[in-house]
Design a protein around this ligand. Structure first.
Ligand code: GDP
Ligand code: MN
Length: 369
């Protein structure tokens, strides 16, 4: 061995250029590994949670497999790092505003644009029915989007427009859509539309989902900050309506949405007597539940932040922690404990262990047809 070593050293002494080959090889090997390791950084997700959690996501073995795939082909999201907190804006939490839209109202769009939450943290999702109303609403929204874009005022993070694949009722007149006998069919179609919307638009980076109906035309500009500050899994605002009261010859307000309620003995009794596929819809004399309705708890002089626990919610303006939907809470289009759509959603959230609340003194306003 010693003899061999000595003779190799002597050989190198005599012909130093013979070192060139092994050194070049080492350099090539070094650069090969160095460059593949650094190219793995291009596979980092945009919302790179692994900055904080070095280790279990940074698997360099992947880079060898990824060599032939497009950039950003594999994204990592650590849902544990996604905050959903009462300091939503300060923590830059993303909000997804979801709106089923059978009619486009400019007042809705203006109100939405006045929201003071950072628009670059807000994504919008719309779903339009597959009928003439849907055609019209889509066309109108698109023209407003075009104008906003041309004026450089379209600063939402992302906007998704969906066309429903399920059916809708043909007549959307107030009196037709509120008739008791069409409720099961109408509400179950609405449930399908809402499910399509949330399952399609929810991003891994979404912290909050704000359900906002297309005919909510007036809210506080601080709606998102106000609602998130309560830190509730599901939180519904109280939907009222402005109208001209002939009796006093002046503008006034009246309750609009009766789907925010607390379960009653009577409601439970009615449910017990129903067949499996029958439902209770709130707000109809045909089925008097005597449930306490949040609409009736409004106190003009009361604290806006007063909370009340609810068992059913409407869809007018409801803030939901995205985790509630991620856990599987959706809008049943079938009788779920004899409830469907938004009321069934509240029940499902509760069955998943979440609490449902409303703000009786926090008003948002529904369009007056
Ligand atoms: P109401 O206020 O309880 O009478 O319910 P609406 O008729 O206002 O419907 C609630 C929300 O769903 C509103 O934003 C409507 O524009 C929207 N909407 C109503 N019908 C349909 C439908 O068939 N498909 C979709 N995608 N949205 C709808
Ligand atoms: Mn409405």
């Amino acid at each position: 061995m010693v003899h061999y070593k000595n003779s190799y050293i002597n050989y190198i002494r005599r012909r130093p250029l013979a070192l060139l080959a092994p050194i070049t090889l080492l350099v090539i090997i070094y650069f090969y590994f160095f460059s593949t390791a650094s190219s793995s950084s291009s596979t980092k997700p945009k919302y790179s949670y692994n900055k904080k959690s070095k280790g279990w996501f940074n698997n360099n073995k992947d880079s060898v497999i990824l060599k032939n795939l497009p950039k950003n082909h594999i994204k990592h999201y650590d849902l544990n790092k996604l905050t959903i907190s009462k300091d939503a804006l300060a923590k830059k939490e993303e909000v997804l505003i979801l709106t089923p839209m059978s009619k486009f109202l400019p007042e809705y769009w203006e109100n939405l644009n006045k929201l003071t939450y950072d628009h670059s943290l807000i994504s919008l999702g719309f779903i339009f029915p597959r009928n003439n109303d849907g055609d019209e609403a889509l066309k109108n929204l698109e023209s407003y989007l075009k104008i906003a874009k041309a004026n450089n005022k379209l600063n939402f993070k992302k906007i998704t427009l969906l066309r429903q694949d399920s059916n809708s009722l043909t007549s959307q007149l107030e009196k037709d859509r509120h008739a008791f006998k069409v409720q099961k069919e109408r509400r179950s179609m609405m449930a399908l539309a809402r499910n399509s919307l949330v399952f399609t638009c929810l991003d891994p980076s979404t912290s909050w989902v704000l359900w906002l109906d297309a005919d909510i035309v007036e809210t506080s500009p601080n709606l998102i900050q106000d609602l998130t500050s309560h830190d509730k899994a599901v939180l519904s605002a109280n939907v009222y309506q402005r109208f001209f009261d002939d009796k006093i010859n002046a503008e006034s307000i009246r309750p609009y949405d009766f789907n925010n309620w607390v379960e009653s003995e009577e409601g439970l009794k009615i449910a017990k007597g129903l067949a499996d596929d029958e439902i209770i819809v709130e707000g109809y004399a045909e089925m008097a539940t005597y449930r306490p309705l949040m609409a009736h708890f409004y106190d003009a002089n009361g604290d806006k932040n007063t909370e009340m626990a609810l068992d059913g919610v409407g869809g007018g303006a409801v803030l939901v922690k995205a985790d509630v939907h991620r856990d599987g809470a959706m809008f049943p289009s079938f009788p779920f404990y004899h409830l469907i759509e938004t009321e069934g959603f509240a029940k499902m959230a509760k069955r998943l262990g979440y609490e449902v609340f409303g703000l009786p003194n926090y008003l948002v306003f529904h369009h007056n047809e």
